[in-house]
Design a protein around this ligand. Structure first.
Ligand SMILES: [Zn+2]
Length: 161
């Protein structure tokens, strides 16, 4: 498998991801993210997003975007899933699948995580091994290591002396 969609893909990163992906039920995780998208509360943007987060122990936590009339308190699907998991005591994660498109429409675009969600992932996930799956369907998706989406990111490791 080669991630042809990635420009200047580095062979070492590619091979490592292919290896890590063997331990991830990719199709199932995407199906769960699609299911989570149905719960999106997005009356303002009308852009519905679903996420499914896989823990190291194989548990899945779902999240959807939850908007607010005051806009600022809005929460993304990815962070909803991560915060649900963390609040249940989970701390170790393997992958997240994300699906999004305008509400009521078939998923026809790749919905990448926003910068805030990428930063929250940096807090709890190893940027080298945590996998981000951005999907249109169970068979049409892109795969990244977190560090590819937030290069030179700032995380808990930076605070260690
Ligand atoms: Zn976000």
């Amino acid at each position: 498998m080669k991630r042809e969609f990635i420009k200047d893909d580095n062979e070492e990163t590619n091979n490592r991801l292919v290896e890590l992906l063997k331990a991830i039920p990719v199709r199932d995780l995407i199906a769960r993210a699609i299911e989570a998208r149905d719960m999106a509360y997005c009356p303002y943007s009308e852009y519905a997003v679903g996420a499914a987060l896989l823990t190291k122990d194989g548990k899945t936590y779902l999240g959807c975007n939850i908007e607010n009339a005051a806009y600022g308190p809005t929460n993304c699907a990815e962070r909803t899933a991560i915060f649900k998991a963390v609040s249940e005591g989970e701390r170790h994660f393997k992958a997240i699948a994300i699906t999004g498109s305008p509400k009521g429409r078939k998923i026809d675009q790749f919905a990448f995580p926003c910068g805030v969600c990428r930063q929250v992932m940096m807090e709890f996930c190893n940027p080298e091994t945590f996998i981000v799956i951005v999907a249109k369907s169970e068979t049409d998706y892109k795969v990244y290591a977190l560090k590819e989406l937030i290069p030179e990111g700032f995380g808990p490791e930076n605070l260690k002396g």
